[in-house]
Design a protein around this ligand. Sequence first.
Ligand SMILES: Cc1ncc(COP(=O)(O)O)c(C=O)c1O
Length: 456
Amino acid sequence: MHKIDFELIEMTMDVMKYAIDRISHTKQKVGKPQKAEVLKSLVGETITNHGIGGEKAFQLWKEHLAKANVPVDHPRNLAFVPAAPTRAAVMFDLVTSVSSIHGAYWMEGAGGIFCENEAMKWIVSLTGLPEGAFGVFTSGGTAANLSAIVTAREHWREDDTYKREKGLIITSSGAHSSIKAMAKVADVDILLVDSEEKLTGVALRETIDNLNFHQRKRLFAVVATGGTTNAGIIDDLEGIAEVCDNERIWFHVDAAYGGGALVADSVRHLFNGIERADSITIDPHKWMFSPYDCGAVIYRRPEFAKKAHSQQGSYLDIFKDEGAHGFNPTDYQIQLTRRVRGLPLWFSLATHGTDKYKEAVERGIELAQIAGKMIEDNPNVELVREPSLSCVLYRRKGWIPEDYTNWTYDNHDKGFALVTPTKWKNGDTFETVSRFCFINPDTTEEDIKMILDTMA
Ligand SMILES: Cc1ncc(COP(=O)(O)O)c(C=O)c1O
């Protein structure tokens, strides 16, 4: 398996050709998932005692399996939070793989970690956090949120008063599902302020004032959102920071999706207050055009994260020795062995410069405004709320939930577009509506028009 022969060289060329085709292809279809039984019947048994050979396996991949995936970078994939990695970043993802770098400790991965840290310095600079703040790349927003919550809890529990208490965090119902899921993993309770609109400092103040004595004792963190997944809403970060300061509780900002917009002059002011956070999540694999998987967690005081996450073991002592001195990413998040997943971002930033990132993010915001205007001018549809960041919520007049589902499947089946419905709270009820989330700067006005036309 590890020898070098003619077959290996040929296979390498085939894989490179595939990569070049994929990187330069602009007209791919929105792929279609198939049931596992169908895929099995198409490809047969692939794992056998003697192997089916790379050529055959690759051919099955190209012919059947690749087509069962939906490319997240398709310009008419506007579902969930899509992605649009730059071609430079994708190329360097290949380099990251072939370089076989262990990204946990400086001793093994100094070159790669150096590059990651250069990219990280830029991200930290966007937040306005003070000198000393720093972060690491994680597998995504979920892992970043978990790493931050655990850091906050461990810091809180350093005080003996709280040693035996189960922690409590406050967030809003607009927060991403991963906050609730990660609170479960960290075994902390969560209290939701019931609002999908902007969480304000006033609402937070009221919520805290209504806690009973024991709840207040257990409260150690507040999670605000810098760009909700559903609607792109940015909480009142300044007001929330003020309350957290006064109450001496940890202030985490989940900007997994919206964090990319920190680079955009047109909306930067909406994030004012983020510089007062104790920790921040930003996903480069969302709006910083990195390939999966690349999240980031940033700390105002990284030493608290190091206390919480640094792993101990006799086999690890060597990494802390002289000569291994340097930044060890494993110390600041939940994972030990890790890919240097910030490396593709570094290469793309170094290649293009940060101005291009600004332009590409501004384009996503502009596309949301353009879509909003088209919706206002179209008699069949109407805006549910003003576009925010790159999210647009709109309704097709007269449609019931099944209509949205059928419409989504119809466009998907045709390989034309992936636009999925969501729900928006209207008074006491939830209304099913349609949602665009723009990330890809290659999405055109014509794409939006064509999608809206299919709702006629
Ligand atoms: C605001 C927010 N936080 C967290 C996440 C989770 O990130 P990931 O899917 O990278 O784990 C998302 C994903 O869409 C998100 O939008």
